[in-house]
Design a protein around this ligand. Structure first.
Ligand SMILES: [Zn+2]
Length: 146
């Protein structure tokens, strides 16, 4: 656990490859590997605490649609960044939202379940469970410009 090839180990704990989780479809029954895997590489590394929080969120809130989960640091979304973001650590997801109330309820549920990073955009919310103090920017709440 805590091993993402090519990434700094120790920055975050409890990261595991989906394929190494015993019976993942039972533990996280509202999720599939496909929706969480890197769109560019197909790899799927996830932080256990985030996954358990997301599963609880789906139980409490109901169906949510993810547009992004794990991202390889070399994927198009990440490779231009000076420092790869929390998606590359397996502790972040983007949730599709369009309505104000839906945005409120998802963010509220995520914060109750320990999310430490919340980013608001027009059509999605970014949620992450990076450790408090991570890079000096967690906890954090921001909005995406444009
Ligand atoms: Zn995100």
């Amino acid at each position: 656990m805590g091993r993402i090839p090519g990434r700094i180990v120790g920055e975050i704990v409890g990261v595991i490859a989906w394929d190494d989780v015993p019976d993942p479809e039972r533990r996280w029954r509202h999720f599939s590997r496909d929706e969480l895997a890197c769109h560019a590489t197909g790899d799927c590394y996830l932080e256990l605490g985030m996954m358990d929080a997301l599963e609880q969120m789906r139980v409490l809130y109901g169906p949510i649609q993810l547009s992004s989960g794990y991202r390889d640091a070399k994927s198009p979304y990440e490779k231009h960044k000076a420092e790869p973001g929390p998606h590359t650590l397996g502790c972040a997801v983007d949730v599709v939202v369009y309505l104000s109330r839906q945005r409120y309820e998802i963010v509220s549920a995520a914060m109750r379940l320990g999310a430490t990073g919340v980013g608001i955009a027009g059509t999605f919310v970014h949620l992450d469970w990076a450790p408090i103090g991570w890079r000096g920017i967690r906890p954090g709440l921001w909005h995406y410009k444009g």
